[in-house]
Design a protein around this ligand. Structure first.
Ligand code: DGL
Length: 264
């Protein structure tokens, strides 16, 4: 048993898609979340800057005495997860491997699409991880740099968003039977993405997939939170406006939460 919280980091509100799934699958675990909305999006930034920012988020979570850290951000996972996980004494999880395995399981045609930020796509990490597991898979990756700013500004259903999603996804239309949402912000646009790709295309939410791995690790290390400790004190931190973060978070999570502004 370990009653300490699990730490989540993201460049902004995207990691909430992982938290929502955690709250559904593992409702007795406590959450500490840090979103760096003041500096989002991370995707178009140079690797060295993403690395430095991610270390700051990790160090912030370590001051909160977390028992595990989840990189609820594909971009940070692509750039610096390997390095950070080797240096910490607690388990550190990324979202890419779980997404890659789920895509392989889902595809019938062997043609998988991956959408992500410019850095995630440039790193080519999904193709590498998918083909390392299953060499015959064909992977087509596409950067969608316009999606994150729309999600950060809570434009989840506007006609501008619909148009941007439609235009951005055209290069993949009709070419894949499975599409990995390789950025944790994208599940917030899921209905529009599904509509554009068509009902026959299976969408893989890499963040949600990673919650299964969280559960496996909690069991393996025997660090589940005790179930009789009912009082959960989830805490959310943002580097930008607490009010804007809370607006998106409360409607996405379906509950009231406490959000605090922090300076890193
Ligand atoms: N949510 C993030 C990801 O999964 C990062 C988006 C960004 O800041 O560019 O990649």
């Amino acid at each position: 048993m370990d009653n300490r919280p699990i730490g989540f980091l993201d460049s902004g509100v995207g990691g909430l898609t992982v938290v929502r799934e955690l709250m559904r699958q593992l409702p007795h675990e406590e959450v500490i979340y840090i979103g760096d909305s003041a500096r989002a999006p991370y995707g178009p930034r140079p690797a060295e800057q993403i690395r430095a920012y991610t270390w700051q988020l990790v160090n912030f979570l370590l001051t909160k005495d977390v028992k595990m850290i989840v990189f609820a951000c594909n971009t940070a996972t692509a750039v610096v997860w390997e390095e950070i996980k080797e240096q910490l004494a607690i388990p550190v999880l990324g979202v890419i491997l779980p997404g890659a395995s789920a895509a392989i399981k889902s595809t019938a045609s062997g043609r998988i699409g991956v959408i992500g930020t410019p850095m995630t796509v440039k790193s080519d990490i999904y193709r590498q991880k998918i083909q390392a597991l299953s060499p015959d898979m064909q992977v087509e990756s596409l950067a969608c740099p316009k999606f994150v700013p729309l999600v950060e500004s809570n434009e989840l259903t506007s006609s501008v968003t619909k148009k941007v999603v439609y235009e951005s996804l055209q290069p993949l239309a009709g070419r894949v039977d499975t599409l990995v949402l390789g950025c944790t912000h994208y599940p917030l646009l899921r209905p529009i993405i599904q509509n554009v790709m068509g009902p026959q295309v299976k969408l893989i939410d890499s963040g949600a997939e990673c919650v299964r791995d969280i559960s496996v690790l909690l069991n393996y290390f025997e660090i589940n939170r005790s179930r009789d400790k009912q009082e959960l004190n989830h805490r959310f931190y943002t580097t930008a406006s607490a009010k804007s973060f809370a607006e998106i978070a409360e409607s996405w999570l379906g509950k009231e939460i406490t959000v605090e502004h922090v300076r890193l």
